[in-house]
Structure formats: C-alpha cells, structure tokens
Design a binder for this molecule. Structure first.
Ligand code: NAD
Length: 488
C-alpha cells in the first residue's frame, strides 16, 4: 500500500496564560503593568497577563524566607529526587514545551527541543551534585579540637534571567539554588515567562513544598530593586547585559549580598594558519547563527591568519547564506527571527554603522518580511572605529579580520573589557597552550565550538561578570562556609 501524501498540519499558536507563582499558588498579577507574549516571527500577541505588584513581590520573598529552614534541612538526596522527577516530566513533555518556547522566543523548534533536553541534564547534574557539597576537616593544632569547614545554603536567592535561553538559564539558577538547599524567587524575562513557568509546574507536580520557588515579573527594575532591598534575600544571581548587571551588583554590594553575574561577551575566534578549516567552519558557523546569534558566548570577532583569510571567508560566507531564515515552527527553518524589535533595530544600525566606517559585507542572507527577521551577515575588514567592534552585537552578525603574528592575534582577542568565551583553531599544541595562557576569558575551546557542560563552571571574567554557574563551583556559589571548632 502506498503511503498517503503528508498533509501539512496547522500550527497551533495557543499558549498558556502567563501567571505568577507565589507560596505554592498560581495567581494573577496585580500591578497595572501588562505582560504580552508576542510571537517574534509574526508580531502577533499570543497571550496577556499582569505583572506583580509590590505586595506580591514582598509576598514571594516572605514565602521563600518561611520555606527556607525546612528545605535547607531536607536531606540533599530527597531534594535531588524532586529535581530528578521534574526533569523526567520536562523531558516527557519536550515537544509541547519546545512549541511554546519557539512561539514566545522565536528559535527554531529543533533548537528549542535541544535546549529542553540539555536543561534536563543540568537539572539531573545539580540534583546529584547537591549530595556532594562536602566540607573538610582541617588538621587541628590541638589534640582535643577538631576543626570542620561546612558549606551551608546561603538563604533565599533572587534570580533574574533573560529571554535568549528561556529554559537553560532559569534551570541553572533554580535547580542550582534548590539543590544547594536555598529557596528562590525568580524573575524571568518579561518576554519569555512561559517556559520558566513550565519548570515550576514540573517541580510542583514533583512535590516541591510551597514557598521554595516563587515566580514574579512585571516592572524589571522595580522588582529587582525591591528584592535586593528585602532583608530576607541573601544572594542574587543575574544573567543579562553588563549595563544591568553592573547596576544590580552595585545595589547588592551596598546591601552586602553575594552576587553571581553572567553578563555580556564579544567572543574572539582565533583561526591559525594551520587550522583544519573543514572541521572548524561548520562548527563555529553553527554556533554563530544558533539562536540568531543571541547568545552570550556567540563567536563574534573572527581573527583569521592572513594566509587563510580568503578561503575562510569564502567557506563561512557560503555556509551562512545557505541558512534558511523563517518562523521557528516551520520545519525547514534553520535560523529564526530575533527575539524582539530592540535586537532587530540594533543589528541594522550596527551593520549600517560598520559599512559607513569602511567594512565590507561579504555575505548577507535573505530574510522574510514581517516579524523581527534579519539575514545572517558576514562583515570583513572592519575598522576598530566601527561600533560593532566594541558593542556586543547579540545577533546574526560575524566580524572577520586578519592577523599576521601570534601577539597581534592575542592583543585583538584581549582588546575588549569582555572575557566570557573564546575559541581557538590550530593543530599546533604549542600554539594552543600559549593561547590558553594568554587569552583573558572564563572559558576557551580549542578546535571546537563547545564551552558549556553541566559538569563544568560556566562564567566570565572582567566585564563579563563574576562567579560561575554549572560545575561544583556553581553550587558552591549558593553556599556560605562555616568553620566549626569542636573541643572536648
Ligand atoms: P537589557 O539590558 O534591557 O536587559 C537585559 C536583561 O535584563 C533582560 O532580560 C531584562 O529583562 C533584564 N533587566 C533589565 N533591567 C533589569 C533590572 N533593572 N533588573 C533586573 N533585570 C533587568 O537589554 P535587552 O534589550 O533585553 O538585551 C540586550 C542586551 O542584553 C544584549 O545586547 C546583550 O548584551 C545582553 N543580554 C545578555 C544575555 C546573556 O546571556 N548574558 C542575555 C540577554 C541579553
């Protein structure tokens, strides 16, 4: 029997209503701020809700404070079981959650699903790592004294997450803090709260006690100010722009609260003369245009040896223009729209400015009309005076310049105040080791585009932030140390 021709199924654009979650209850926001979930591929409003009032923000912090003692006292094994169960629920529902993520954020369905499955691995790793928050015994000076160093949960945490990874970033902060025994109030980005709420639902269905996790959003500045001021909150964790991170860190510093900051980047990619271009280009190109370039570790400044500059640019430009830009729910799409109008406007302005400064457009892929689409673009020979050589583009824009000597390449790699991720392609071990030592960044990948692993710290230096998420370092960031001297 011959297979019937496949009839295209209509794409459902139904999404859940955005609500708040406070003290174990789903509630409507009570502020006058309206939250609209907008599909970046069409500009259509998919759902509306209201932001949190001051009283609701206070209630969320109070709930996290009340729930803290019992949650901190729960054995790490039992906390981990709740987290593991939530991961299983998210994994089982990955297709539906990916559809909602694509609608609220724009990324292609396959990327959204990969983000959900990758986030489940982070949850499971945090669940287990919570059981390994070991302290230590310090050799004592006296035979009747034992000196212990123990890690204790820091207390209720306020977490602030952006719109580019609506699941991974909230998962890192929620499950890192909960696994360490902290409670949490999270403010997801106003553009993409639905995916964060799905994490909460999975945890609630897995038996998370009321108050351990609370979700508020609305007026980002007012909410963050209120939470940082609240004496119950003992730590903040922020992912987003350097501009906002600096403001929140200053405030947290005045209040003497711990802060983990994962901020902007402008990642250099150094391609030495001996690099294997066949291997390098597809990998780094895929990461460049993933999520339409809206990734803090996105490869941005390509610093390519002059002898391989022309073949590199040719290969890169060909692959960039072969991308199919379109709505994320269209199966053929390999790059979706920008997540919001701010990014789309910014990208056009950065390209125009670079061209005015003397840069060449080596490739510019086409993009559909309507929505916030921009074609993947490759600029070459960009003068340092162009704004994009210092501002994080956060969009589908690759900047390719050439270098002659090792020192020149390293000077360019370290020229900016950012220091999040960097990438180096070379077959020479000595080159690799010299670069690893010279590059100022929190993460560096050689002959690969992967720097993020659940088991390893993820974070930056200089203006890219401080502290880590992921790895044992990530969990330690949610703890304080206590020295216990036992005498007999
Ligand atoms: P923005 O600086 O206005 O906001 C960045 C993020 O911080 C958003 O999620 C926003 O909701 C949140 N935010 C803003 N003000 C806040 C406040 N006072 N308190 C708490 N949270 C607050 O910029 P944007 O237009 O949303 O994004 C543009 C720039 O942000 C990008 O160019 C990029 O540099 C940076 N960004 C970085 C990341 C990252 O993963 N590090 C993610 C998203 C955006």
């Amino acid at each position: 029997m011959s297979a019937l021709p496949r009839t295209p199924q209509p794409v459902s654009t139904t999404v859940p209503k955005p609500q708040l979650y406070i003290d174990g209850k789903w509630v409507e926001g009570e502020s006058t701020i309206e939250i609209a979930i907008v599909d970046p591929a069409t500009g259509a409003t998919l759902a509306k809700g209201r932001g949190a009032s001051d009283a609701q923000v206070d209630a969320a912090a109070a709930a996290a404070a009340r729930a803290f003692a019992a949650w901190a006292a729960m054995p790490a094994y039992d906390r981990g079981q709740i987290l593991r169960s939530a991961a299983a629920k998210l994994r089982a529902n990955a297709d539906e959650l990916a559809r909602v993520m694509t609608l609220e954020q724009g990324k292609p369905f396959a990327e959204a699903k990969a983000e959900i499955l990758g986030s489940c691995e982070i949850i499971e790793w945090n669940a287990d790592e919570g059981r390994r928050l070991y302290g230590r015994l310090v050799p004592s000076r006296q035979s009747n004294v034992q000196v212990q160093v123990v890690h204790e949960p820091v207390g209720p945490v306020a977490a602030f997450t952006p719109w580019n990874f609506p699941m991974t970033t909230p998962v890192r902060k929620i499950t890192g803090s909960l696994a360490a025994g902290c409670t949490c109030v999270i403010k997801p980005a106003e553009e993409t709260p639905l995916t964060c709420l799905a994490i909460v639902r999975a945890l609630e269905e897995s038996g998370l006690p009321a108050g351990v996790l609370n979700v508020v959003y609305g007026d980002a500045a007012a909410i963050s100010t209120r939470l940082i001021d609240n004496p119950a909150i003992r730590k903040i964790s922020f992912t987003g722009s350097t501009r906002v991170g600096r403001m929140l860190a200053e405030h947290a510093g005045r209040m003497l609260k711990k802060a983990t900051l994962e901020l902007g980047g402008h990642a250099p990619v150094v391609v030495f003369e001996d690099a294997d271009l066949e291997r390098a280009v597809p990998q780094i190109m895929a990461l460049k245009y993933k999520n339409a370039g809206q990734i803090c570790i996105s490869p941005t400044r390509f610093i390519v040896h002059e002898k391989i500059f022309a073949p590199f640019v040719e290969r890169f430009a060909n692959t960039a223009t072969s991308l199919k830009v379109g709505p994320g729910l269209d199966e053929k799409t390999t790059m979706g729209p920008l997540a919001n109008g701010r990014r789309a406007t910014a990208i056009t302005s950065l390209i125009d400015d670079a061209v005015k400064a003397g840069a060449t457009i080596a490739a510019q892929g086409s993009a559909p009309e309507g929505g916030h689409f921009r074609g993947p673009t490759v600029l070459t020979k960009i003068p340092l005076t162009a704004r994009v050589m210092t501002e994080e583009p956060f969009g589908p824009l690759a900047l390719v310049n050439s270098f002659k000597t090792f020192d020149e390449a390293m000077a360019e790699a370290n020229r900016l105040p950012y220091g999040l991720a960097s990438y180096v392609f070379t077959r020479d071990l000595a080159n690799a080791q010299r670069s690893a030592a010279a590059i100022e960044s929190g993460m560096v990948a050689f002959n690969s585009a992967r720097v993020a692993w659940p088991e390893a710290p993820f974070g930056g230096v200089k203006d890219s932030g401080s502290g880590s998420e992921g790895g044992s370092e990530g969990l330690e960031g949610y703890t304080v140390t206590k020295t216990v001297s036992l005498s007999w």
